[in-house]
Structures are given as C-alpha cells and as structure tokens.
Design a protein around this ligand. Structure first.
Ligand SMILES: [Zn+2]
Length: 237
C-alpha cells in the first residue's frame, strides 16, 4: 500500500514536471523540441521569433566545431536566430540558426512568414549537433546556415563560412554537379533520387514556391538557378 502511495505521488509529481517542460523548453530554447500551438500561445508567439548576439551556451556548442580559431568572421558579427517551424507532419518545432548579423533580420522575417504559411521544414538545429559535419547534417535534412568550411573540392571559403548562406531541407534539395567523365557528384550522397526535380516528393523546394519567392524578395540568390551545378537547398547573399 505504502509503495502504491509513493508510486501515485511519483506519477502526480511527474505530471507536474511534465506540465512545466514546455515553458522550460522555450526558456532554454531546446531546438528540435516539438511544442503544441497552445504552448506557443501561452509563451507568446512573438517571443518565439528573434535574434541575439551568440549566447555563451551556444558558443560552447560551436567552439572548435562550426566556429574555429581563425574563422573569416568574428563571433561578434554572428547572430543566434530563434524561430518556430512546422514539419511535414504538421508539428510545430523550436528552430535555431547561426548566421551573419547582416541577414539575421531577413531570416527572422522569412521564417516567420514560412511558419504562418505552414511551409514544411523538417529540422532546424545547429550543425554543431552533427559535429559540424555538413554531410551528416544534410542527410538528416537539417536546415542550417553558418559553418566555417571551404567549398568542397576547393580552397575557397563557402558563403556559409561567413554566415551569409542558408540550406533549406537539404536532403530533398541536394547539390549536384555533373563531371566531365559523365559521373555525377551528389551531396548529401544519399540524395541521388531527389536530383530529378520532375518527381513529386515532400520538402521539395521549387522555383516560385513561397520559400524561393521570400528569399529572392530579400535579395538572396538561389543555388537552384546556377548553371555549372545545382544547389537546390542553398540561398546566399
Ligand atoms: Zn549551402
């Protein structure tokens, strides 16, 4: 009986803790957490969209991964962006990005409009959660922006290294380049089937869709309209 009582008290306390989990997830902004619309309304929709200087806790996640010594951009020029997004199943998730301060306001506005329209974005957590490994982040269909890296296969710094580029739903919107020997390089390597843009599939970004229009309105270029290669996930300023 005593055990049963303790068990019941435990269950009740557990449910109290459960009720507190949502605001805590908002306060700590645990990106990737699913939240209900009611929880968003209680916390305040407007508070869920914004940017700030890089908080210490975020810097600790980035250090030695996406942010290395000698990066092309100063930490003070980067911003931590918080947004909400819907996934393809209609769930609301907490999202986060690191980008250059020059595009932080653009990204907050763009992702707010995408949220209001329920434009599906599967995942948006820092690339540091994938050890700053772009291939792994892309395979997980993770939307991300800043990462200090060279353009693959060259010594040139990518626009991501300055925090001036964003990759949207990258698994379904891959990068590819046809080599002279007739072979095709695809990134992520698991996305070959999504290079055929005539087929319908979820999370496909197309010319003229809301995401494409918003980024262009904000002065970004789209990698999907490049000639020498295609980078359907990529917008840069
Ligand atoms: Zn990119």
């Amino acid at each position: 009986m005593r055990r049963l009582l303790l068990f019941l008290v435990g269950v009740m306390m557990g449910s109290c803790v459960g009720a507190q989990t949502a605001p805590q997830a908002f306060r700590e902004w645990k990106a990737g957490t699913r939240v209900s619309l009611k929880a968003v309304q209680e916390y305040g929709l407007e508070r869920c969209f914004g940017s700030s200087e890089i908080p210490e806790s975020v810097y600790r996640r980035m250090r030695g991964k996406s942010f290395k010594e000698g990066t092309a951009v100063k930490l003070a020029d980067l911003r931590y962006v918080r947004v909400l997004h819907y996934d393809g199943g209609g769930h609301i998730l907490l999202g986060e990005l690191v980008c250059h301060r020059l595009i932080a306001t653009d990204l907050v506005e763009i992702f707010r409009t995408l949220f209001d329209a329920r434009y599906p974005i599967e995942r948006m957590v820092l690339i540091d959660d994938f050890n700053a490994d772009d291939e792994l982040s892309m395979r997980a269909n993770n939307t991300s922006a800043f990462c200090y890296r060279a353009v693959a296969g060259s010594g040139k710094l990518s626009a991501h290294a300055r925090g001036m580029a964003v990759d949207i739903n990258p698994l379904y919107n891959p990068y590819y380049k046809d080599r002279k020997d007739g072979t095709r390089e695809v990134r992520p390597s698991t996305a070959a089937r999504y290079c055929d843009r005539r087929k319908p599939f979820p999370y496909k970004l197309t010319r003229g869709d809301l995401c494409h229009r918003l980024f262009l309105q904000h002065g970004f270029q789209w990698g999907g309209s490049w000639r020498s290669c295609k980078d359907f996930q990529h917008f840069e300023k």
